[in-house]
Design a protein around this ligand. Structure first.
Ligand SMILES: C[S@@+](CC[C@H](N)C(=O)[O-])C[C@H]1O[C@@H](n2cnc3c(N)ncnc32)[C@H](O)[C@@H]1O
Length: 251
């Protein structure tokens, strides 16, 4: 199985990938956590370490229009390069208007809407706000393929898998990256929807969870990460897992 880890901006690097050459994307973009509301308008949250941001080096506070534009380009590139796209997002103040617009724009590409139930809700950020217990995994394909809910590569039997998944949230891999998705979720998506000899792309690799899921399920992986610090953590984690698997004689 081939593992390729690329340091840089995902839009620049995805542009070098051949159209239709990848089976699936399993990814989670930044959530724009630090765009908040003041006086009825979006504003950038003052980033204070104690109340923090999920990331050490990344402000995660694009103006809504820029967040929308960025994600629109990323999804277009993912649809160009990958057969099936699993796009994990949580609907928050700082992104919901952009995400609802994107779902509208790509409505013909929406094959499924998987609800990831994190089992325990995150406490509401303030009074009058609902506790947030779930995240979405938007499943997108080309218009021709998305018209049907049937998956071409479905490594599961009839009635075995639901579009509501109960999986507890991911463990913090480092003190400085709090937006990690659980290995169980990534593994489930890769195992269920990618061909056995398939390749998976994660253009927001972060600490490399999708890469570990690919190693554990024998799939190839291409990971892209812009932040050098997270890239190094992802590379280290993936290399350690490769060593463990080699020692166990599994590859
Ligand atoms: C939600 S996190 C992904 C976490 C990952 N799923 C994990 O398990 O660690 C989003 C990641 O995207 C990275 N990122 C943000 N903008 C990027 C860009 N333009 N190109 C590549 N990576 C980017 C951030 O540095 C962050 O690590």
């Amino acid at each position: 199985m081939s593992i390729e880890l690329l340091s840089g901006d995902c839009l620049d690097l995805m542009a070098t990938i051949e159209s239709g050459s990848i089976d699936c994307a399993v990814t989670s973009p930044p959530y724009n956590m630090n765009l908040r509301i003041r006086n009825g308008k979006h504003c950038s949250r003052q980033i204070v370490k104690e109340i923090s941001t999920k990331y050490e080096n990344f402000p995660d506070n694009l103006p809504m229009q820029d967040y929308y534009d960025f994600n629109k380009k990323v999804i277009a590139e993912l649809l160009r390069t990958c057969g099936t796209v699993f796009y994990n997002v949580q609907f928050l103040t700082g992104n919901k208007s952009a995400l609802y617009r994107l779902i509208g724009d790509y409505h013909e590409n929406m094959k499924e809407f998987i609800v990831w139930d994190k089992v325990n809700a995150e406490p509401a950020i303030g009074g009058g706000v609902l506790n947030s217990r779930w995240e979405a995994v938007l499943v997108l394909q080309s218009k021709e393929k998305a018209i049907s809910r049937k998956f071409e590569h479905a490594n599961f039997g009839r009635g075995e898998l639901q579009n509501l998944l109960q999986i507890k949230r991911g463990k913090k891999i480092t003190g400085t990256h709090g937006a990690v998705f659980p290995l169980e979720l990534a593994e489930m998506l890769v195992r269920s929807f990618a061909p056995i000899t398939g390749t998976i792309l994660d253009p927001f690799m972060g600490t490399g969870t999708t890469g570990i899921a690919c190693l554990n399920t024998g799939r190839g992986f291409i990971g892209i990460e812009k932040d050098k610090c997270y890239f190094d953590i992802g590379v280290k984690r993936i290399n350690e897992r490769i060593k463990e698997i080699e020692q166990d004689g599994l590859i």
